[in-house]
Write a protein that binds this ligand. Structure first.
Ligand SMILES: C[S@@+](CC[C@H](N)C(=O)[O-])C[C@H]1O[C@@H](n2cnc3c(N)ncnc32)[C@H](O)[C@@H]1O
Length: 287
């Protein structure tokens, strides 16, 4: 099955348990939605899944349109939402977020089709498409977006790819909120992209830059980090953040590095591309 179909568009119901039980993700969204959705607001969710974010929104909103393309999930979202308070204010719409517009302007758009690096899932193309069609249809100011922004970074690492004696340098995902004893950071993460959802969104994730080594080791992988800024709390001078799972991509060959050395990195892919678009474009050279 094409990757965009298997992951970007159709995340099976049993995988939603993982997303529901991911506390940093869920509590981050819950807090951000409580801040961003004013009493009586109209809210649109793109990519509803089980409907959990629409449920959070409906605790304050007067109306929530909750769009899900996968028919099985749309049915499940209706069933699960009906078990929870506020369901009468939520309309689950089985539709493609690339086509759908709500019947009237909305105050807030929720969209969590986020994958590390903005790879695989269609967050950026979906929101770009929504903004274009929304402006044409309503000729109104854009709603607020949750998440509001993102910062993407890359870090040089030494990664163990040893699995019970079997050496297998494969791409891997890491829980960002746990200690990763198999990974040694060889330098600080460097930001390669920052964007706000209410501004023009990037059509590519291209970078050519230098990473500075701060620890000795064998540089054999790069770690990709996506920090989602769910809400900006201007009055408190702070943000509500959620990190996507880290992605570690093995390099074709490793090399020893020492503090002070600089490593040149280049890559280029489009948001929504499969992982291979990033790994296949990656060029890393020692300084
Ligand atoms: C990462 S899940 C998030 C689900 C839910 N919002 C949550 O936070 O638990 C993304 C959801 O978007 C849906 N989706 C993906 N592409 C879509 C599209 N083009 N139109 C509507 N829904 C889509 C998937 O089926 C999936 O349920």
């Amino acid at each position: 099955m094409e990757e965009s179909a298997s992951l970007g568009q159709f995340i099976p119901l049993h995988y939603h348990y993982n997303m529901l039980s991911d506390s940093p993700r869920l509590l981050g969204f819950k807090e951000a939605i409580a801040v961003m959705v004013r009493p009586g607001a109209r809210v649109l969710e793109l990519g509803a899944g089980t409907g959990v974010l629409s449920f959070f929104a409906a605790q304050k909103a007067s109306r929530v349109w909750s769009v899900e393309r996968n028919p099985e999930l749309a049915r499940e979202a209706r069933r699960i939402l009906s078990l929870n308070p506020g369901a009468e204010r939520i309309e689950v719409v089985e539709a493609d977020a690339f086509d759908y517009l709500p019947p009237e302007p909305v105050d807030v758009v929720l969209c969590e089709m986020v994958h590390v690096g903005m790879l695989r899932e269609k967050q950026l193309p979906v929101i770009s498409s929504f903004k274009k069609r929304y402006r044409e249809r309503f000729n109104a100011p854009l709603p607020l977006f949750v998440p509001e922004a993102a910062i993407q970074a890359v870090q040089p690492v030494q990664q163990s790819f040893d699995f019970a004696g079997f050496h297998a340098p494969v791409p891997l995902f890491q829980h960002p909120y746990s200690v990763q004893s198999d990974t040694k950071g060889l330098g600080e993460p460097v930001s390669y992209q920052t964007f706000s959802y209410n501004e023009d969104l990037p059509e590519r994730c291209d970078w050519e830059g230098m990473l500075t080594v701060t620890e000795s080791g064998s540089l054999n992988a790069l770690r990709f980090i996506t920090k989602n800024i769910l809400a900006v709390l201007a009055a408190k001078n702070s943000t509500i953040d959620w990190f996507s799972q880290y992605l570690v991509i093995p390099l074709e060959s490793s090399f020893d590095v020492r503090p002070g050395e600089r490593v040149k990195v280049r890559f280029s892919y489009r948001p929504g591309d499969p992982l291979e678009a990033l790994s296949g474009s990656l060029v890393v050279t020692g300084g």
